[in-house]
Design a binder for this molecule. Structure first.
Ligand SMILES: Cc1cc2nc3c(=O)[nH]c(=O)nc-3n(C[C@H](O)[C@H](O)[C@H](O)COP(=O)(O)OP(=O)(O)OC[C@H]3O[C@@H](n4cnc5c(N)ncnc54)[C@H](O)[C@@H]3O)c2cc1C
Length: 418
């Protein structure tokens, strides 16, 4: 028997590698016909990097990203609201990485195939439902050639993302994804290094902002590095959200006019946007937390369990951590319901709170305080918000998201094979 994993994204592939590490047979059922390096940049917090190092990827991450060294909030006038070191420079034992999401997925995929064999990932297998029995679980699968097949295993881990079919069966009355009015446009442009050359910067206010961070080292030939960026505008929710399809490509005219004068001496936003070979649109959506992730021998992980607003760089990080925590539970309880319940007990309450915290804009909420106090325009930030207030705000967020420095540095490995 085996662990069935629905979805070969970040959570599903990390789950497969973790199963392999603990000696549990696993197979990934992935809906797309062929995995491809889709998406743009994501940030991986030190709690997730620690798990990737434990899975043997310490030497691979520089090829798909760059160690992040700084995290900064910048007001609409281009002045710093807050800046703090990140990763090892902040005192973590592990770095924070800014990476290309699709390249990370392909790195994990190649490792699954190398370590577990080519049959470990069955592409063109869309999980459409499940039946949980006393002694096994059956995943109901549609294949791309039109067949409906049943695949049996000990347990089913649902890592099938925002539009999870497994979650839909578990919670048939759940509302559609919740949209608060923000739309994100994402792209990546080769450009000169900005600030430290490894800085995450978020410029603007609560209803209009621009996020930027590099996802490659500087090319010694050109002096350029790949600059990931996200432009965000806020709309009236009554107008309805655009489709939540990660692959929706759009024209820059849809949003660039709103940023036409966002050119600071250190960051030329219109030039970055205009230089991108492609731009993708995505509404900032999450889902209301649910009261359970487990139904018999089935459990949700990653975005399927707790998709959240991408304001704290923890969607992909938590997907990785979920897979590792689940691995630890499978190791101590076996491939059974008790392991799934133990996973849910450890994480459901905290992650549900984090979803709601991110809906309240997570660490970006500091910009909301600045907006309230001075309309976002200031000369000296200390006159607007005391440093100690921001420090406390940030420390609370890191603790809630599982990457408080001291706690993470002191924590034993999630999976310790001795
Ligand atoms: C194509 C794509 C591009 C993305 N781009 C970005 C980005 O640029 N920036 C960002 O912040 N986040 C992006 N994300 C989301 C980000 O990867 C996740 O928020 C985070 O990594 C959590 O990962 P996950 O594995 O839970 O979900 P995902 O990474 O979304 O993975 C879910 C996987 O399940 C598969 N799947 C879906 N339904 C089924 C089904 N019924 N049966 C079997 N398989 C199924 C999907 O094809 C996908 O491979 C993207 C996701 C996708 C799928």
């Amino acid at each position: 028997m085996t662990v069935l994993i629905a979805g070969g994204g970040i959570a599903g592939l990390t789950m497969a590698l973790t199963c392999h590490e603990i000696g549990a047979p696993a197979v990934v059922l992935e809906s797309v016909r062929e995995l491809a390096p889709l998406g743009v940049g994501i940030n991986l917090q030190p709690n997730a990097i620690r798990e990737l190092f434990d899975l043997g990827f310490e030497d691979d991450l520089d090829a798909i990203g760059i160690e992040a060294r700084e995290w900064a909030l910048v007001g609409r006038s281009g002045n710093d609201v807050w800046s703090e070191p990140r990763g090892r420079e902040a005192g973590y034992r592990w770095p924070q990485y800014s990476v290309h999401r699709g390249e990370l997925q392909m790195l994990l995929y190649r490792a699954v195939v190398d370590r577990m064999g080519p049959d470990a990932v069955r592409t063109a297998h869309r999980v459409v439902g499940y039946t949980s029995l006393d002694d096994r679980v059956v995943a109901h699968v549609d294949t791309r050639d039109g067949a409906h097949i049943d695949v049996e295993g000990d347990i089913l881990i649902a890592a099938d993302g925002l539009h999870s079919a497994v979650r839909q069966q578990m919670h048939p009355d759940q509302p559609p994804p919740q949209w608060g009015g923000q739309v994100l446009w994402r792209g990546a442009t080769p450009g000169i290094p900005i600030r430290s050359g490894a800085s995450f910067t978020l410029v603007g206010s609560m209803d209009q902002r621009f996020v930027h961070y590099p996802i490659s080292a500087v090319d010694p030939q050109t002096g350029l590095q790949l600059q990931n960026w996200i432009a965000e505008l806020t709309f009236d929710t009554a107008d309805g959200a655009p489709s939540s399809d990660w692959n929706a490509q759009v024209d820059i005219d849809k949003f660039l006019p709103a940023f036409a004068d966002w050119n600071f001496d250190w960051l030329d936003i219109p030039a970055l946007v205009e230089g991108a070979p492609a731009v993708w649109e995505f509404p900032m959506v999450d889902r209301d937390p649910v009261d359970r992730w487990v139904d018999g021998r089935v459990c949700l992980v990653g975005d399927a369990a707790h998709v959240m607003y991408p304001v704290g760089s923890n969607g992909a990080s938590q997907a990785i951590v979920d897979a590792r925590v689940m691995g630890a539970k499978l190791r101590s309880h076996g491939l059974c319901e008790a392991a799934l319940s133990a996973f849910e007990r450890d994480l459901l309450e905290d992650m549900s709170a984090l979803v709601l915290r991110n809906r309240g804009h997570g660490p970006v909420g500091i910009l909301g305080l600045v907006d309230e106090r001075c309309g976002g325009i200031f000369d000296n930030i200390d006159d607007v918000i005391p440093r100690a207030e921001v420090e406390a705000y940030m420390a609370n967020y890191k603790a809630a998201a599982g990457f408080a420095i001291e706690a993470l540095n002191a924590a034993p490995p999630t999976i310790d094979l001795g």
